[in-house]
Write a protein that binds this ligand. Sequence first.
Ligand code: B1M
Length: 224
Amino acid sequence: MSLKLNNALSQAILRGDAKAAAALTAEAIEAGADPGELVSGHMIPAMDEVGRRFECQECYVPELLFSGRAMKASLTLLRPLLSAGANEAAGVVVIGTVQGDLHDIGKNLVAALLEGGGFKVHDLGVDVPPARFVDAVKRHSPHIVALSALLTVTLPAMKTTIEALCKAGVRDAVKVIVGGAPVTRQYTEEIGADGYSDNAFRAVRLARNLMEETAGALQIPGIS
Ligand code: B1M
């Protein structure tokens, strides 16, 4: 896979050209590129650059939207490769972006990589109210509830989601993991979540570690 092509993919995402991003991703896959490297080495840096430009008012919401679409167009092609190997042996996860927050690219990436790590994932989407997380826990009996937030103003929704799980009497039945750009380890501890990852790839390791910690108590098939 040539560096030129990788740069072209970053540039396509940066200028919000979904058609080019998809075509270049397909070309890269065909050329045998590593999907994880495409995502973390080229696509995420492009989105970070869009974010930097937005912050400096060098671009505006429409540009965020178009770059988001281009990123999604690439991820649609990469997702089957990232999530290959899904089964229920590793554990069950309910994932969603918390109430008030519409950002789902990072959350989708975490979901795909968890699937690739062997987890069965129930994705509740974006802007998920606490009550829907509670319902999903009752319905799917997950081992892990994964919460994503990208906005400083939606961070408190992580806390209220955990409080809702407590109130419904299901908090002790699950591990709660949190992530997203504004989330910190300190905040994770403050709200009583069980784990935090600043990165989608490391979220899989975190989920596995939590499963290993609780394997005895939860009697999870496939984990001894
Ligand atoms: Co918005 N946005 N956005 N945006 N957006 C950010 C987040 C922002 C940082 C841009 C900036 O100012 N630099 C800023 C937030 C500032 C803050 O609160 N601190 C911001 C803002 C302000 C807004 C609006 C308020 C803008 C407005 O309307 N005035 C608005 C809010 C809408 C809402 O949610 N209610 C808004 C809207 C949007 C779009 C809809 C246009 C679009 C989202 C499209 C979509 O998601 N479908 C968008 C985009 C694209 C961005 C940026 C540019 C890119 C986000 C992204 O997809 N990154 C973003 C700037 C940035 O992040 N640099 C920005 C790529 C993705 C792979 O990374 O999601 O961070 P990320 O996920 C990472 C990690 O965070 C982690 O793993 C991933 C990869 O390693 N991770 C987890 C995420 N979830 C995890 C969960 C885990 C573990 C790890 O465990 C459970």
